[in-house]
Design a protein around this ligand. Sequence first.
Ligand code: MN
Length: 207
Amino acid sequence: MPFTLPKLKYAFNALEPYIDAKTMEIHHGKHHAAYTANLNKAIEGTDMEGKSIENILINLDKDNKPIRNNGGGFYNHSLFWEIMSPKGGGKPTGKLANAIDSAFGSFESFKEKFTAAAATQFGSGWAWLVVHEGGKIEVCSSANQDNPLMPGIGCGGTPILGLDVWEHAYYLNYQNRRPDYINAFFNVINWDEVSSRYAIGKEEVKE
Ligand code: MN
């Protein structure tokens, strides 16, 4: 099978108290596993077999709902686990910090903008920080399992930070308190990983 569920680099309970173990276990072991299995089914026997997930999403036919939903779900969650860490939190440093200051004025303004994008996404979806070729960064949100790699979705560019605001991501612990979950997320953001993705993403030409 071409795509496999990536292993978490930390235990299910490692992000507590910000994200609870039960949510992580179901989110990774059931939701992400289902997107992975359904993506594999959807590409079987098509010319997408053997292509990278980025390539599949960049060239997506948005009317192809099985690929859009499950390819998006596979990619989005694979990113999500990586940009969190039990040693996360704090603020970015170096070139990413400079890019945040020049795009938003300050880290606090970035946090406000990202929080607003996550809080106001109606229903299920994601909030994103993306980098464009050349290094400009931008915040946006998208519905369902869409992401800015897909043609015409969100702000375009390459996602370097994403927050899942589907209820399955927070409901067990936070119920309807999405703003509390968003605030908690900032305590587990792995800024080293986001910085690496920024450095790679700003060099990428998306064709
Ligand atoms: Mn999810």
